[in-house]
Design a protein around this ligand. Structure first.
Ligand SMILES: Nc1ncnc2c1ncn2[C@@H]1O[C@H](COP(=O)(O)OP(=O)(O)OP(=O)(O)O)[C@@H](O)[C@H]1O
Ligand SMILES: [Mg+2]
Length: 233
């Protein structure tokens, strides 16, 4: 579904990504791990079109979207839940979700909210409340739900566990693969929380200095020596 070849990008004169290749299939969850500053967020921003692609190619279900700006990438089916979530605190749950449906344009389905609320019961209960005073976990669930309202083919999640209680992290870890399977979405999950990664992902890519240096099945995350060498803890 998502197929990237030799992706390069950066900020001003600073190159950050030095040629990333990756593929994520429909319904698959692939995790991206690596120390702070290796370029994980930069990778997701580049795929979403928030940061210009300097060279390389991004294909979405066979379509080359490399030249598309951010809103065209969104419309083609790439949804981005940024680090820090970016929900609208003054808007209610339903209003936030309505904003999410706009990404899909004419593809948006009217019954999408009910469908999505079945995965997030707490959002159904609080559907008319402004999201600003929700807990971190509820805001993260809303950010994911809002992205789903655009009926994406690819979902980019940047550290969904950040600032969230462990029990909710666990819940989100179970939810992500269910959503991926249910909707046939290719999920690229940037995450440092190994509990979440081990529940959610089937494959893990390790990044260092703007490159993917290793790819392992999630089952091998139990190998502490390997993990230490890859993350240089
Ligand atoms: N807006 C920016 N302008 C200039 N340089 C930036 C900007 N954002 C990030 N960088 C630099 O790009 C590099 C990669 O940063 P990035 O945020 O992608 O790392 P990350 O792997 O997501 O780290 P973290 O685990 O801390 O979220 C770092 O050297 C960082 O200092
Ligand atoms: Mg980051």
């Amino acid at each position: 579904m998502l197929d990237c070849k030799d992706i390069r990008s950066g900020y001003g004169h600073l190159p950050v990504l030095h040629g990333i290749d990756l593929t994520v299939g429909a319904g698959e969850v692939v995790a991206v791990l690596g120390r702070n500053g290796v370029g994980k967020t930069t990778l997701l921003k580049t795929l979403a079109g928030a940061l210009a692609l300097r060279s390389g190619a991004i294909r979405l279900g066979g379509q080359d979207v490399s030249a598309f700006v951010a809103h065209r990438r969104a419309r083609s089916g790439i949804a981005h839940v940024p680090q820090g979530r970016g929900i609208f605190g003054r808007l209610t749950v339903e209003e936030n979700l309505t904003v999410g449906t706009r990404a899909a344009g004419s593809r948006a389905r009217k019954d999408m909210f009910d469908d999505i609320f079945s995965f997030f019961p707490v959002l159904r209960e609080r559907r008319s409340e402004p999201a600003g005073n929700f807990s971190g976990g509820q805001q993260q669930q809303l950010a994911i739900a809002r992205a789903l309202c655009g009926e994406p083919k690819v979902l980019l999640l940047d550290e969904p566990s950040e600032g969230i209680q462990p029990n909710i992290v666990h819940e989100i870890g179970e939810l992500i693969p269910r959503l991926a399977r249910q909707y046939g979405i290719a999920v690229l999950l940037v995450e440092q929380n190994l509990d979440l990664v081990s529940h959610a992902a089937t494959r893990c890519l390790f990044m260092d200095k703007g490159r993917v240096v290793h790819s392992v099945p999630t089952s091998e995350l139990g190998d502490e020596a390997l993990l230490k060498s890859l993350l240089a803890l």
